[in-house]
Design a protein around this ligand. Structure first.
Ligand code: GLY
Length: 358
């Protein structure tokens, strides 16, 4: 598998033109949601029109706008994108740019991967979460029958273009949400990276330093995806914190108080590092450093013992499970990854006790 081209842009106008011209498309489409249409499209539109006298011409883009939020990540929205491509005269040589968060890059990637059996696409992630996770690594898809990302394919974007200037426009909650995936990347890679993340002032982020950490974080993901693109083994490392995290996320949604994905991952990391410490010898000092960081910045998931059975039930739906076992990705130490670690109901309840009492 080839390394996916990831461009950290300092000059959006030049880099987007070069990315587009890698495929010399006959038609150009830009997928946005209603928020990125308002907040991010003007910057891209200006970049596409600026400097055209100095660079190769690119086709005039046609905008496709979809509703924001995970609820719209469904077959109806997908069909609307296919329809817009079809009615806009897209051919197999056309190009789709996905400009948005993970919902747009996942759904747009899937639309592109399936339209006429596959057209080229570029991801320009507009959230920190999408920059360090969703836009990289080729997972595309939609939700189906109440299950997240149930239908999809692995298909790399032709180019991922990271416009880290966008970071300066994000609010605290969205910075923190993406930062949880960066913490996960620190935990599965190197102690010095994890320490830098834990010591960083995320409440008043130095944007230049954050941009550099984003680049290193994406490299961690890319290195893992290159070794195991279809998640047969090592890629499961990227699910650290997500078995418990997805259960928290689903429960919060069902209780009518949805939380951002990264917050649920941060709480899930604390839970799963406890399992790692008790079962695999993960250093308890690092567990407590992470727990303090998460409590200080992400607060706590309100938890009661009466929720345990429901959380356990939610964990039984995790994609990593094998017949009858809930499987976790755990760590023996920072960067020492242990996949397919099954845990009993008692282990999971003990983990939830730790989370609730700590
Ligand atoms: N978000 C986890 C992965 O891409 O595998």
């Amino acid at each position: 598998m080839e390394k996916q081209p990831i461009i950290i842009t300092q000059d959006l106008s030049k880099d987007i033109r070069e990315a587009i011209n890698r495929t010399s498309p006959d038609r150009l489409f830009v997928l946005v949601d209603e928020n990125t249409a308002r907040l991010c499209w003007p910057r891209l539109r200006d970049a596409l029109s600026q400097g055209s006298e100095h660079h190769d011409k690119v086709p005039t883009p046609a905008l496709i706008t979809i509703a924001p939020s995970d609820e719209a990540k469904n077959t109806e929205t997908l069909a609307a994108v296919w329809t817009a491509l079809s009615q806009g005269g897209a051919t197999r040589h056309s190009l789709l740019i996905n400009l948005g968060g993970g919902m747009v890059t996942d759904l747009g990637g899937f639309a592109a991967a399936t339209f006429k059996r596959g057209i080229s696409f570029i991801n320009i992630p507009t959230t920190l979460l999408a920059m360090v996770d969703a836009s990289v690594g080729g997972k595309t898809g939609i939700n189906f029958c109440g299950l997240k990302n149930e239908i999809g394919v692995f298909r790399d974007a032709d180019v991922v273009l990271l416009d880290t200037e966008i970071l300066s426009t994000l609010d605290r909650a969205n910075i923190l949400s993406g930062y949880a995936e960066m913490l996960k990347h620190g935990l599965i890679s190197y102690s010095n990276e994890l320490n830098a993340l834990l010591q960083f002032d995320i409440e008043k982020p130095d944007l230049k330093a954050l941009q550099e950490m984003v680049v290193r974080s994406v490299e961690v993901k890319q290195r893992i995806v290159l070794q195991d693109p279809h998640e047969q083994g090592l890629r499961k490392a990227l699910n650290l914190g997500h078995t418990a995290g997805h259960a928290f996320e689903s429960m919060a949604l069902a209780q009518g108080r949805p939380v951002l994905h990264g917050y649920a991952v941060a709480w899930g990391l604390v839970c799963e590092l406890y399992l790692a410490a008790t079962r695999c010898g993960f250093p308890s000092q690092v567990l407590h450093q992470v727990r303090h960081f998460v409590q200080d910045h992400y607060g706590r998931f309100p938890l009661d013992c009466r929720n345990y059975d429901r959380l356990y039930e939610l964990m039984t739906h995790d994609k990593k499970n094998t017949a009858g076992h809930i499987n976790f990705t755990l760590l023996a130490n920072v960067g020492e990854i242990l996949i397919n670690q099954s845990a009993s109901k008692e282990d999971i309840f003990e983990m939830l006790d730790f989370y609730r009492e700590s």
